[in-house]
Design a protein around this ligand. Structure first.
Ligand code: ZN
Length: 298
């Protein structure tokens, strides 16, 4: 049976799967991302997933960025042992197969376009709202990666030129307002008294229960997200937006105020027409996208 090997590399988890041409997962496995010797853990995972299975014809890799597609290297922010790491070549050596690389949020968007909430969209923006905010663009089924692989960094689009300084060094980035830790941070600074761990999950729970500060934190964060989405739509004419990542599990307390903010912010008819969908593939989206990447290049 024809299949490809899909690999998804994040700061906490490595995942791999054999995926056929229709997107069905034939075999899969995961393991925690170690602090050191990540490539050894990845080699073990690949051996486990491919042992006694059908032979894949290509490998697609999604990895946390930044990356350099010209060189095939990655420097994930939350994986300090990899700086300019030649991931694509190392995976080629490990598997003896053609390997293709993209950013983790780019493969998320591609996966949702192939099999998920963005299926069939002519112009899709995928957004991962989690510890940070990542994004990927897919036009006519083709991911827009950019010359070096860094297109779609929508988390660092400016939504307030007079705003707070972001960890990236920029100012007023949407990530500073709407990522999970920043939602919880703002709420904490404004009198939120969480019952347990002061994180985005607790904030969503309290917002659902009607806590005024938690509700306000989501309203503020979603207004920043809406500004980013409206700007991206104006620049690119995306027609659909799929939102995933841990913070999207907040559900109505996120998607409700987001729709309201988009209605207030959007002007031009094609911007106002943007449809926002929750991810339907969840944590499987990135692996699906990595598989699609491999199929498209095989
Ligand atoms: Zn930034």
């Amino acid at each position: 049976m024809n299949c490809v090997l899909a690999i998804d590399i994040g700061g906490t988890k490595l995942a791999a799967a054999l995926v056929d041409g229709s997107g069905s997962v034939l075999r899969s496995g995961t393991r925690p991302t170690p602090q050191q010797d990540v490539i050894d853990a990845l080699a073990g995972l690949i051996a486990e997933v491919t042992a006694d299975g059908p032979a894949p014809v290509a490998v697609g890799i999604g990895c946390a960025g930044p990356l350099d597609l010209a060189l095939g290297t990655v420097s994930p922010v939350n994986m300090p042992s990899w700086r300019g790491f030649p991931l694509r070549d190392r995976v080629r050596e490990l598997t003896g197969l053609p390997a293709v690389l993209a950013g983790d949020a780019q493969v998320f968007a591609l996966g949702e376009h192939w099999l998920g909430a963005g299926r069939g969209s002519a112009a899709l923006l995928g957004i991962v709202v989690s510890t940070g905010i990542g994004g990927g663009l897919v036009f006519d089924g083709v991911p827009l990666l950019g010359p070096n692989g860094n297109a779609g960094h929508v988390g660092h689009m400016c939504v307030d030129p007079y705003g707070e300084t972001c960890e990236c060094g920029g100012r007023g980035c949407v990530e500073r307002y709407a990522s999970g830790p920043n939602l919880a941070r703002w709420a904490g600074e404004n009198g939120w008294q969480p019952s347990g761990t002061p994180d985005a999950r607790a904030l969503a729970r309290d917002a659902k229960a009607g806590d005024a500060v938690a509700v306000a934190a989501f309203e503020r964060g979603t207004r920043a997200l809406a500004a980013m989405i409206a700007s991206t739509a104006a620049a690119t004419e995306v027609t659909d937006v799929v939102i995933g990542g841990g913070v999207s599990a907040a559900g109505p307390v996120l998607f409700g105020p987001l729709a309201k903010a988009l209605d207030e912010i959007g002007g031009l008819a094609f911007v106002r027409a943007v449809r926002v969908h929750p991810s339907t593939l969840g944590v499987q989206a990135s692996l699906a996208g990595a598989a699609k990447l491999a199929w498209d290049h095989s």
